[in-house]
Ligand binder design. Structure first.
Ligand code: FE2
Length: 391
């Protein structure tokens, strides 16, 4: 397949499946693929994604027209499968254009099963984070990609055996995307402070939580780089909040309703800032799928709500907390020097066992970033791999 049409993006679209038959009505085109699957493409979708230079900006590859630039009630007038595998399409407004078969396949709807789902886990299923060799990941983009995909799918993933190096944490994180700064600074160090503005800066145990529920949008990713740890205790205790929420959806539907409906406020307690963020404990999208959690027992403000809502919301929070503290859900592990643990701050709740601050050194650096940057980097690494395979 030599000359394929441009696509309305910068992606590489491999042609793994070919079109076998085409048919169309005024308002949609149907394709049968070599794997037996069938896809339907609406006339408006096709019209506004035409790769012609009037519809798609030839350099920016963004849509260069508005929906109102398309004539009302536009229809398909001809569809043809060319020998090259390209689909040629004519519209009632006179546009004669052609589509890349890889793009048509890659953007087609094949049913809900084709939407990627997170891999949920409990303690038995995932006793340790998915782990990759750090030095190998930093020089081999395939291993780096595996680490990123594990982070996306499990909400937690670790690099091990990294050297002790100033600036290494930021160097690794910026291989994914920009650092997101917070009121705790660009990079923070988990150490004991005399006058702590967070319990993180003590040696006490920490209940499972997300960081910064006090922000309009809590940060999506957190990275912890252990430079040194010779203390006793202080293990990380992580739980998959999505797993807990799904179990509650099944077994405690009243509590699940409260968790997805009742809005809590979280206030940071500091002398020089006063951030306040609101939201339900479990965020869901229009289809009801869980998209994030805002759970932190120790930064909650008193709930401003009618008494009956207070009653159900506090009970639901307690029920969620009961599961988060249950060993059934908890992944518990030590931080070793050279570990770089990455986790989804809005999914994998993190906590800590208390540790003996006099029994050794503990030096852990932390940074935040966002989910979108992770997803974008995964896609662009794959795009580079496809480009390499295509040449
Ligand atoms: Fe934290």
């Amino acid at each position: 397949m030599s000359e394929l049409p441009a696509t309305p993006d910068f992606n590489i679209w491999p042609v793994n499946e070919t079109v076998q038959t085409v048919s169309f009505s005024e308002y949609s085109m149907r394709l049968t693929w070599s794997d037996g699957r069938i896809s339907d493409h609406h006339v408006l979708l096709l019209r506004e994604n035409s790769p012609d230079p009037i519809t798609t900006h030839p350099k920016a590859r963004e849509m260069a027209i508005a929906p109102t630039d398309i004539v009302d009630d536009v229809t398909l007038t001809a569809v043809e499968l060319l020998e090259s595998g390209v689909i040629r399409v004519e519209f009632s407004d006179g546009l004669n254009t052609a589509y890349h078969p890889g793009w048509l396949f890659g953007t087609a709807w094949f049913g809900p099963d084709s939407v990627e789902q997170p891999i949920l886990w409990n303690a038995a299923e995932q006793p340790e984070p998915p782990t990759f060799d750090g030095p190998e990941a930093l020089k081999n983009s395939d291993v780096f990609l595996e680490w990123l995909e594990a982070l996306r799918d499990y909400g937690v993933a670790r690099l091990r055996n990294l050297p002790q190096q100033d600036g290494l944490l930021e160097q690794v994180v910026t291989m994914i995307g920009p650092v997101r700064e917070s009121n705790f600074g660009r990079q923070y160090v988990l150490e004991i402070k005399d006058d702590p503005d967070s319990q993180a800066y003590t040696s006490g145990s920490l209940l499972q939580h997300i960081d910064l529920p006090t922000r309009e949008l809590p940060f999506g990713l957190q990275f912890l780089y252990t430079r040194d740890n010779t203390t006793t205790g202080g293990e990380g205790v992580y739980v998959d909040a999505y797993r807990i929420a799904e179990d509650m959806r099944t077994n405690e539907s009243d509590h699940f309703y409260s968790l997805t409906t009742d809005v809590w406020e979280y206030n940071n307690r500091a002398k020089t800032s006063d951030y306040r963020g609101q939201g339900p404990v479990v965020e869901t999208n229009a289809e009801g799928a869980i998209t994030g959690v805002r759970y932190n027992t120790f930064l909650r403000a008193p709930l401003k709500a009618p008494l009956d809502i207070q009653a159900r919301a506090y009970k639901a929070y307690r029920a969620f907390c009961t599961r988060a503290q249950s060993p059934e859900y908890q992944m518990k592990f030590s931080y070793q020097a050279g570990d770089l643990l990455a986790f989804d701050n809005r999914r994998a709740l993190h906590g800590r066992a208390g540790y003996d601050a006099k029994g050794g050194a503990r030096f852990i650096e932390g940074l935040y970033a966002d989910r979108d940057d992770l997803y974008s980097r995964i896609r662009t690494i794959k795009r580079q791999q496809r480009a390499k395979n295509a040449t």
